[in-house]
Design a protein around this ligand. Structure first.
Ligand SMILES: Nc1ncnc2c1ncn2[C@@H]1O[C@H](COP(=O)(O)OP(=O)(O)OP(=O)(O)O)[C@@H](O)[C@H]1O
Length: 617
């Protein structure tokens, strides 16, 4: 009826996503039904929420419902809901663009390998566009609750880069998605098939889903149980139901790693159902990425991303919380400093940490978890002092004694040597480099294990973790080592003439030169003073444009090493200074740092090499 049919181009990312999705999800294609039903259920949730303030939005049709209709002769499957609906502007915006930062980069990371991409797209959440996996044309008709019947809108596309929009007369509120099924997707015209897929993926949707066949006299039949899953008793819910519920709320297709479902009674009554996802969303580190739980009050949906119920470092946890005693008109601002919310948050945080502890008993699953979320969890060491030991127990580290496998602090403590009162760690740019560090020599000799920390956040993180189970953590490359009382060189040793000569020659480049017992095979190493910034923190500050205090390292020397012995007999003069400079350069290189003056270091090295190849020069 409208003379104003307009054509729009999809945002480039949408076209690309559509193309990749159709290709990579072909063998999982029944998920389109779950995704569209999830959207319909969200739309009903949103309507109920808005109607709390504006009851008139319910019009004459107050019971939220989702209706599926098969039309075999037209070859269409229609999903209709009487939820919130969309205005013309909304439909153009929601069904033509993707408003998540990082999307372009994410799409570029897809490989073209169907299996791998299918999993990755799960991180993204496929949503509405999955309709095109089974349909070669999709028509959406909608009217937003509260608008007049004349303000209906029809959206149509064949998924090839463009969509059209026109205004229509639409008496019913809500949205109908009409799928013109592809030739190879006609199985979805079979009511048995629809029943099976809805039963499998969407049984727990809290609104009735009915199925009708056009031309059939039978009344539409409800085909799901239509109770909120989290309200049912734990023992009545199968693992598969939990898994499907997770997929429904997260738009993921892989099963969660584990979950925790609890009902808390009493003054602070609430039910929580929390899931550990199998993969990090692609935008885990984007500020505006969705995070947090879905909040319900008395089964009425209140908001997505209720981030107030968990701390930042647990932002990857998915789930729902139903707190029947919160006011229905609760807003984000109100949640912020609402006493009961803080209490629930404290309890849920503990709950999640327990859930992760349980997960850690399953080594295979936990290593998947750790690879995806380990970095985020480390934020908790700084962020959550009250639960520091519980978070620390979940951390995993490379270790000098454990080859490629990672260790927990508890396992480290269980293996420690009699009388070893400290947990030792070493920071490095990567575990392989840390493993080569001269600082480990004395620990190896004594059979003491050292944790190898190489994440960019590790130095920051460890600065908050000075103890675990009352045992102090000590940086193996910092301060004076005192492994078993006998490691400190005595004053007479420090009073050595060679040390004094080195110190003189390196004035302005090192804080001090000291004799050491840290080393076995290496001649020298650098040691940080107790209060000095390490290289990782330095780089982080520099990258953030912060001023970095200039502090000189301490050079420790192994007086038993043949090189130092030879140096001792070297006459004072230019050669001695040159060799002293080279020793310092080497110590920096062994730390993975550049010498302070790389050009001068290279010159010294060339000089030395020339002499080595032409001994009489
Ligand atoms: N049945 C519907 N009724 C009302 N609005 C809808 C409906 N289906 C989709 N929309 C709107 O279109 C938007 C985009 O839907 P889409 O499924 O692509 O993404 P999403 O659901 O927001 O995200 P994700 O699928 O990753 O959770 C929705 O956020 C919603 O605003």
């Amino acid at each position: 009826m409208s003379a104003t049919k307009q054509t729009h181009g999809f945002q480039a990312e949408v076209s690309r996503l559509l193309h990749l999705m159709i290709h990579s999800l072909y063998s999982n294609r029944e998920i389109f039904l779950r995704e569209l039903i999830s959207n319909a259920s969200d739309a009903c949730d949103k309507l109920r929420f808005e109607a709390l303030d504006t009851p008139a939005l319910m019009e004459e049709d107050p019971e939220p419902a989702i209706r599926l209709t098969l039309d075999k002769s037209a070859g269409t499957l229609t999903l209709a809901d009487n939820g919130i609906g969309m205005s013309e502007a909304e439909i153009i915006d929601h069904l033509g663009t993707i408003a998540r930062s990082g999307t372009e980069k994410f799409l570029a990371s897809l490989s073209g390998d169907q299996k791998k991409d299918a999993q990755l797209i799960g991180q993204f959440g496929v949503g509405f566009y999955s309709a095109f996996i089974v349909a070669d044309k999709v028509t959406v008709e909608s009217r937003r609750a509260g608008l007049a019947a004349s303000e209906g809108v029809r959206w149509e596309s064949d998924g090839q880069g463009e969509f059209s929009v026109e205004s229509i007369e639409r008496a019913e509120r809500g949205t109908a998605v009409i799928l013109h099924l592809r030739k190879d997707a006609k199985e979805f015209l079979d009511d048995g098939k629809i029943r099976q897929v809805v039963g499998q993926y969407s049984d727990h949707v809290a609104f009735p889903i009915s199925l009708a066949v056009a031309g059939d006299d039978k009344a539409p039949e409800t085909i799901n149980s239509a109770t909120a899953l989290w309200q049912r008793a734990r023992q009545e819910i199968s693992d598969e139901e939990y898994e499907n519920f997770y997929k429904h709320i997260s738009h993921d297709f892989e099963a969660p790693l584990n979950w925790s479902h609890n009902k808390v009674e009493g003054k602070l009554e609430y039910t929580s159902l929390l899931f550990t996802p199998p993969r990090a969303p692609f935008d885990l580190y984007h500020r505006e990425a969705s995070r947090g739980l879905k909040l319900y009050v008395q089964r009425v949906f209140i908001m997505d991303d209720a981030e107030q119920f968990l701390p930042q470092y647990l932002r990857f946890i998915k789930g729902v919380i139903d707190a029947p005693n919160l006011p229905l008109n609760v807003s984000r601002e109100l949640l912020q400093d609402y006493g009961p919310v803080k209490k629930i948050r404290t309890a849920l945080t503990k709950r999640v940490l327990q859930m992760l502890k349980k997960l850690s008993k399953d080594e295979e699953k936990y290593s998947r978890f750790w690879a995806q979320f380990g970095q985020v969890l480390k934020e908790g060491i700084g962020e959550d002092p009250d639960n520091r030991d519980a978070v620390a127990a979940l951390l995993r580290f490379a270790s000098s004694e454990q080859g490629d496998s990672l260790t927990s602090l508890d396992d480290y403590l269980a293996r420690r040597k009699d009388g070893q009162g400290k947990i030792y760690y070493l920071l490095g740019d990567n575990a392989a480099a840390a493993r080569q560090s001269p600082h480990l020599e004395v620990f190896r000799k004594k059979g003491i294990e050292v944790l190898l920390l190489s994440d960019p956040v590790d130095e920051w993180m460890i600065s908050y973790l000075d103890r675990y189970q009352e045992v102090p953590l000590v940086n193996a490359a910092r301060g004076e080592l005192d492994l078993d009382g006998e490691d400190k060189p005595d004053d007479a040793e420090q009073d050595n003439a060679l040390i004094k000569r080195l110190q003189e020659s390196l004035t302005g480049q090192v804080e001090a030169v000291r004799a050491t017992r840290r080393l076995v095979d290496s001649p020298v190493c650098l040691v940080l003073a107790e209060d000095q910034l390490g290289p990782q923190m330095r780089r982080m500050l520099e990258a953030a444009g912060q001023p970095v205090p200039e502090m000189l390292p301490v050079l420790e020397v192994n007086l038993d090493h043949p090189l130092l012995k030879a140096l001792d007999s070297q006459e004072p003069g230019a050669d001695f200074s040159e060799l002293a400079g080279l020793l310092l350069d080497q110590a920096m290189l062994a730390e993975g740092q550049l010498p302070r003056d790389p050009a001068a270091a290279a010159r010294r090295m060339h000089h030395l090499l020339s002499r080595a190849v032409t001994p009489n020069a």
